[in-house]
Every structure is written in structure tokens, then in C-alpha cells.
Design a protein around this ligand. Structure first.
Ligand code: PMP
Length: 393
């Protein structure tokens, strides 16, 4: 008899502890079908403005094809520093308080790896961007969810932070404007959160990648709140407002000791962000304000259209203050968010993301991205309405 030896498991415990992203399953299904309108993807429908592309071409023509400094091109960091001061009233040293990364994604990853010790807890405000909890787990930390409430427009309440804190809490991960809810925290709300942060001696990772895309009130960047800059790692990037998802470029700003630690990880694991993308970003910051404005105005119109249509057909949602997502409630239909998304895709060929992939408190909701043309959005709204009506009859 041949003895069957148990197969050795070569995978790390951390990687086994995380699940593949729930968004992918829907995209795989949607991409196998024809005539699908996708409100599923979290990226602009605009092509990167031509002048940014041209700046990148020119950099290649000049032969700038080598690595840059680990922290990124100094000229780009200087431009980021000016931009952060001009747009968000926070001042960072280009030499010591900044690192250019491969998307905001890498900035979040190295921020967590720089600060989290094994078993330390990081508070995540749910519904949240799908990467946060897995990235915390991969860094050896423990994600601790806070569940925000729809009747409070999914706004984090400072008391919820207090209730989530233990002796192991290291940091709070904030995302305003939020993915998937579009919720923006006001200056007063951030001030109250800051008081909690101070009281409990926390660090904050503030993901402000949608900071340019707010539609109603002036935006407040978390480190601009008094005494918060020394506690905050600010994350941002070029993917959303500058329509540059494929260029893979982001950045982090923060206290110099933390940035130095992040840079240590970055220099060994990444070397630097792509050089030609850094030249495009330099142009985007120096001369791209008008392009950003134009795209933002068009998101604003689309936001009105989508929010109004969804509410009219009985899928209640608040007017989201930022990003390009709305997060309507589908509980009235009697379907779970996965059932709703799957049946809508199969029957009416509209792809949305079921809210449960953003955490437990997203159940009963779907995420619709309005980064699509008005005609496409109008057609998508007609199809969703037909689907909702078919459920009632
Ligand atoms: N943070 C949030 C909240 C996001 O929605 C995304 C992209 N969907 C990212 C970070 C990552 O962006 P990047 O393309 O810069 O890695």
C-alpha cells in the first residue's frame, strides 16, 4: 500500500487569512457578457488629459528611463508640496515628509507595515474600501471594524472610536470622501474625531484620494486640523481626480520618522515609482487644474442624475458629498445585496457592486459608480428601474 502523505501547506498564515476581493467575481461575470453597462468599476471613464500623456512622452524622448530617487523625483515632490499647501492648507517638506508610491495602494501598504506590530489593532470605518482590512492583516495587524449607520449618512461618530479602542489599538484608518458611500466628513466632524485621536494617542492613516472630488462644501484635509499633522499619514494619488489609474502613481505625506520608515520598505521592495508616470504627474500638478475642474463638473452633473433617479425608483440614497459613488439601499426589494447585483446583471445587464463586499454594514446596499457618460447612465437607470418594477409585480 502506498501511504498518502499529507500535502505540505506552503502558504503563509497571513495570506490564508484573507479572501479574494468580492468585486472581482462580478467583473468576471460581467466581462463574459455582451452589452453590459458597468457602474461597477472604481475608476474615471475619462482618458488621462493629453498634456499629461505628452509630458510623459517627452520624458521618454529625452531618455529619462532610469530609476528616480527612492522617494520620487525631487521636482515632483516639490510640486506635491506646493499643491498640498495651495489646495489643502497643509505644508510638507519635499525632502523629509513625502514619498511617491506605486498608487495610493502601495502608500497604504507601506504605511501599515511601517507602524503595525504583530497583533496591534487598526480601526477601519465600514463600509470601507475593500483593500484596508486585508492590507492590515498582511501587515500582521488586526482590523477592527466600526459600523457606520445609514441614517447618519454613514458618518463616523466619535463615540464609536472610543467604543472600539483596546490596549492594542494603534491607528485609525479614515477615508473621506468615502469609497463606497461617497460620504464627506465636515471640518467640525473631523475636529471631534481629532479630539478622540488625541485623547487615545492614536495615529491616523487618512486616505484622501478623493479629496479633489467634493461637490458641496470646501474640503478639509485631516492633517490641517490643529495638532493632527504630527499624528497623520496622509495618503493620496493621481488615479481618481487626474484620471490616471493605469499610471500607478500615488504619494504619502507624514511625520519624518514615519516617512523614513516607509521609505526603508519602499527602497527594498519597490525602488521607486515608475519614472515616466512621475513626469506625467508633474505636468498634472503644474498645469492640470483646469482639466481636473472639467472632469469634476461633469461628475457633479452625473451625481445629480443618478441620485435623483435612484431615489425616484425607491432605492433610497443620500446625496453623496464626494468621490463618484452612490450607495443606495435595496432592502425594500427583499433581496440581499448579492442577489440584487447578480439578478440585475443577468436580467438587465447592469453591473453594480454588492454592498456586503465593503463590510457587514454594507449589506442591503449596492455601490453604483457614476463615472460613466450621461447617455450610459440614463440607460442604466432605465434598466435598473425596469428591474425594480419586475420585482414588485
Ligand atoms: N483608496 C481608495 C479609497 C480607493 O477607492 C482606491 C482605488 N479604488 C485606492 C485607495 C487605490 O488607488 P490607487 O489607484 O492610487 O492605488
Amino acid at each position: 500500500m502506498i501511504s498518502v502523505k499529507e500535502k505540505k501547506n506552503y502558504l503563509s498564515q497571513h495570506v490564508q487569512a484573507i479572501k479574494p476581493s468580492g468585486i472581482r467575481r462580478f467583473f468576471d461575470l460581467a466581462s463574459s457578457m455582451e452589452d453590459v453597462i458597468s457602474l461597477g468599476v472604481g475608476e474615471p471613464d475619462f482618458v488621462t488629459p493629453w498634456t499629461f500623456i505628452e509630458a510623459s512622452y517627452h520624458s521618454l524622448e529625452r531618455g529619462y528611463t532610469a530609476y528616480t530617487a527612492n522617494a520620487g523625483l525631487l521636482e515632483l515632490r516639490q510640486e506635491i508640496s506646493k499643491y498640498m499647501r495651495r489646495r489643502f492648507q497643509v505644508t510638507y517638506s519635499p525632502e523629509e515628509e513625502m514619498v511617491v508610491t506605486v498608487g495610493a495602494s502601495q502608500a497604504i501598504d507601506i504605511a501599515l507595515r511601517a507602524i503595525v506590530n504583530p497583533g496591534e489593532e487598526v480601526i477601519v470605518v465600514e463600509p470601507s474600501f475593500v483593500s484596508y482590512a486585508p492590507t492590515i492583516t498582511l501587515a500582521g495587524g488586526v482590523p477592527v471594524p466600526i459600523h457606520t449607520q445609514p441614517d447618519q449618512e454613514f458618518k463616523l461618530q466619535p463615540e464609536q472610536i472610543e467604543a472600539a479602542i483596546t490596549a492594542k489599538t494603534k491607528a485609525l484608518l479614515l477615508c473621506s470622501p468615502n469609497n463606497p458611500t461617497g460620504t464627506v466628513l465636515s471640518k467640525q466632524e473631523l475636529v471631534r474625531i481629532a479630539e478622540m485621536v488625541e485623547k487615545h494617542d492614536l495615529l491616523v492613516i487618512s486616505d484622501e484620494i478623493y479629496g479633489e472630488l467634493t461637490y458641496d462644501e470646501p474640503y478639509t484635509s485631516f492633517p490641517s486640523i490643529a495638532s493632527m499633522q504630527k499624528r497623520t499619514i496622509l495618503i493620496s494619488g493621481f488615479s481618481k481626480a487626474f484620471a490616471m489609474t493605469g499610471w500607478r502613481l500615488g504619494f504619502a505625506c507624514g511625520p519624518k520618522e514615519i516617512i523614513a520608515a516607509m521609505l526603508k520598505i519602499h527602497q527594498y521592495t519597490m525602488m521607486c515609482a515608475p519614472t515616466m508616470a512621475q513626469y506625467a504627474a508633474l505636468e498634472a500638478l503644474s498645469n492640470g487644474a483646469k482639466d481636473v475642474m472639467k472632469m469634476k463638473e461633469s461628475y457633479r452633473q452625473r451625481r445629480s442624475l443618478v441620485t435623483r433617479s435612484l431615489n425616484e425608483m425607491g432605492l433610497a440614497c443620500h446625496l453623496p458629498g464626494g468621490s463618484f459613488y452612490v450607495f443606495p439601499c435595496v432592502k425594500e426589494t427583499g433581496l440581499t445585496s448579492e442577489e440584487f447585483a447578480e439578478q440585475l446583471l443577468l436580467k438587465e445587464k447592469v453591473a453594480v457592486v454588492p454592498g456586503n463586499v465593503f463590510g457587514e454594514s454594507g449589506e442591503g446596499y449596492i455601490r453604483c459608480s457614476y463615472a460613466s457618460s450621461i447617455p450610459k447612465l440614463e440607460e442604466a437607470m432605465r434598466r435598473i428601474q425596469r428591474f425594480v418594477q419586475s420585482l414588485q409585480s
